[in-house]
Design a protein around this ligand. Structure first.
Ligand code: XIL
Length: 376
């Protein structure tokens, strides 16, 4: 209940109207009909559904019509990443971020800013600094960016993908420019600085790979729980844990174990956001019908597990239609050289013609079922 109140207060602060401020029970009473948007289906379960978005989408009216119909929250894709917003030391380029923030404000849709610190993908200039200068720049980044967008951002992914146990660091941390300069303290330092820069900001720790039920995924779950506990013990505000949800059907997934992990996180009194949901389809059948069915099944299984836990308040896909997926990008091809040249990924709920796929129906059903259950 306190969670719903928190969301409503935030919605009021952002000037967001009825959709977000309806009490949970009233939302849950709305019956599902097949024509309802994913946003409406999710709302019936008390969940805010959305997707990530790039500035390029703003110039694509057909796509934007789909986004505005379906999504009730947006996440920035590249616009806030340091190589874009802070490309050189001391030089900030707010052009992309400004456009997305303005769009969100005009359309009264909450916007999640992704991401301040991501040790996997630092701009080159950061890696060249001394540890002391990195700490200085961390503060400047937080202060400059949070100050500019104060009160206009739903939530900040303060740190992204902090764990990679393969490095063998204590706590399972990923190595990179920020970790190497400050050790694991970089995470808390960033969160504390962000809380000071904008006390009303909702702060998120965004993590990858916790979904996979193998040694790697399981050890990341342990790392997440440990870090959240340490942050809270140190009085460091962390409002939500983001779990990306880049699902890969070739990896094991154990719904019961994942729900149990979410329940443990919920006990720490943090909200849980599913932040980057999609389904990698490279190991699935080539036949489109069979592939779409398998992708839909993956969404159904995952969402059924996730929606068991009421602390899951946001579910967002990484982009919304296949044509905009990062799995279709030149960048993805460059890191996956073995991908057949004619492979066209179909990881999202809408296809190239912006029509709903079986994955959309699977998501709608999962939300609807959860809504009925939560309303009982
Ligand atoms: C991806 C972007 O969508 C791509 O365009 C980019 O080239 C690589 O990064 N986890 C994250 C996101 O947290 O920031 C990533 O986004 C996808 C994986």
């Amino acid at each position: 209940m306190t969670r719903a109140i928190g969301m409503n207060r935030r919605a009021a602060l952002l000037g967001i109207g009825a959709a977000l401020s309806l009490p949970k029970a009233a939302m849950a009473r709305a019956a599902c009909t097949p024509k309802m948007s994913l946003g409406a289906h999710a709302a019936s379960a008390g969940v805010t559904f959305g997707c990530s978005i790039g500035v390029d989408a703003l110039d694509d009216p057909a796509y934007m019509a789909l986004v505005q119909r379906e999504a009730r929250i947006l996440t920035t894709d590249l616009a806030f990443k340091l190589p874009f917003i802070n490309p050189d030391r001391g030089r900030f380029d707010f052009a992309r971020a400004d456009r997305l923030v303005a769009f969100a404000q005009v359309n009264e849709i909450p916007l999640r800013a992704h991401t301040l610190f991501w040790d996997l993908a630092n701009p080159e200039w950061v890696t060249r600094l001394s540890p002391r200068d990195r700490a200085y720049e961390m503060d400047r980044i937080v202060d400059t960016i949070l100050d500019r967008y104060r009160g206009r951002i739903h939530s900040w992914d303060v740190v992204n993908e902090p764990f990679w146990p393969g490095f063998g660091e204590p706590g399972g941390f990923r190595r990179g420019a920020w970790y190497d300069a400050m050790g694991e303290a970089y995470v808390m330092h960033a969160f504390k600085r962000a809380a000071a820069a904008d006390p009303s900001a909702r702060l998120v720790l965004n993590c990858d790979m916790s979904e996979r039920d193998d040694d790697l995924g399981r050890s990341i779950r342990v790392s997440i729980l440990r870090l959240v506990e340490r942050m809270q013990d140190a009085g460091c505000k962390v409002d939500a844990v983001g779990l990306q949800g880049h699902l890969d059907p070739s990896l094991p997934f154990d719904p019961g174990a994942f729900t149990a992990f979410l329940a443990k996180l919920a006990e720490r009194n943090v909200e849980i956001y599913i932040t980057e949901l999609d389904v990698l389809d490279t190991a699935l059948p080539r036949d489109i019908r069979a592939r779409d069915a398998a992708v839909a099944r993956q969404y159904a299984i995952f969402l059924a597990a996730v929606l068991e836990v009421p602390s899951v308040t946001v579910v967002a896909t990484w982009q919304l239609a296949d044509g905009k997926s990062w799995y279709r990008s030149d960048w993805y091809r460059s890191v996956m050289p073995d991908l057949p040249p004619d492979w066209r990924a179909r990881p999202l709920p809408f296809d190239d013609r912006l029509q709903g796929k079986p994955a959309r129906d699977a998501m709608a059903n999962a939300f609807c079922r959860a809504g009925r259950k939560r309303g009982e």
